[in-house]
Design a protein around this ligand. Structure first.
Ligand SMILES: [Fe+2]
Ligand SMILES: [Fe+2]
Length: 193
């Protein structure tokens, strides 16, 4: 499928709200890719597909990832699992084979240690896309103008604070990813912009 066909397919499969969000993420991801010197076409495709599995039932997500390593926390949460399931769908249903794009889809919710520039762009675009209205979103937008790392850090911070405020558990990889990012930033910002 070419990118236009993928967009049409998603417009039919996703809810209107999710599709509008998706186009917002495409917009922000392409902007960030241009600003920070990443491949714009890869950012476009990864953003378009980042939530392709978000609305499928949890049991179907589990079927999709059945042959992949996945911990219990993730298996019980569609909010966490849709990245991994989306990576599988992007590959099997939409024919994406570029490992950088697949990885950015996989980690867009949790982050990971040693995120690539594309991983950071999709993670961050998901927060700052123009339709997002949550309190504090402008702080992340401002941080994203300083550097990719500053924006991603602000996203991690806000998510972790939000989870604590709601009394929710924090997925351990999110903490590890934030610690890793901080380490790289203290070393002098050598972690992909
Ligand atoms: Fe998502
Ligand atoms: Fe999203």
């Amino acid at each position: 499928m070419d990118i236009k066909e993928i967009e049409t397919d998603l417009s039919n499969k996703l809810s209107k709200k999710r599709f509008i969000h998706t186009l917002g993420v495409v917009n922000s991801a392409m902007y960030l890719a241009q600003k920070y010197g990443a491949n714009i076409e890869n950012a476009h495709l990864a953003a378009l597909l980042h939530d392709c599995a978000k609305e499928i039932p949890l049991l179907e997500m589990r079927d999709l990832v059945a042959n992949l390593p996945c911990d219990q926390d993730m298996l019980h949460s569609g909010a966490l699992l849709h990245g991994l399931a989306g990576m599988v769908l992007a590959n099997t249903q939409y024919g994406v084979t570029n490992p950088d794009i697949l990885e950015a889809i996989r980690v867009h919710t949790t982050g990971k240690e040693n995120m690539s520039k594309l991983d950071k762009i999709i993670f961050l675009a998901d927060y700052i896309e123009p339709n997002r209205k949550f309190p504090g979103v402008n702080d992340i937008r401002l941080a994203a103008e300083q550097s990719l790392d500053a924006g991603v850090l602000c996203g991690f911070d806000m998510t972790i604070r939000h989870l604590i405020d709601r009394g929710d558990s924090i997925y351990p990889l999110t903490i590890l990813s934030r610690n890793d990012l901080l380490r790289h930033m203290k070393k002098g910002g050598a972690n992909n912009g």
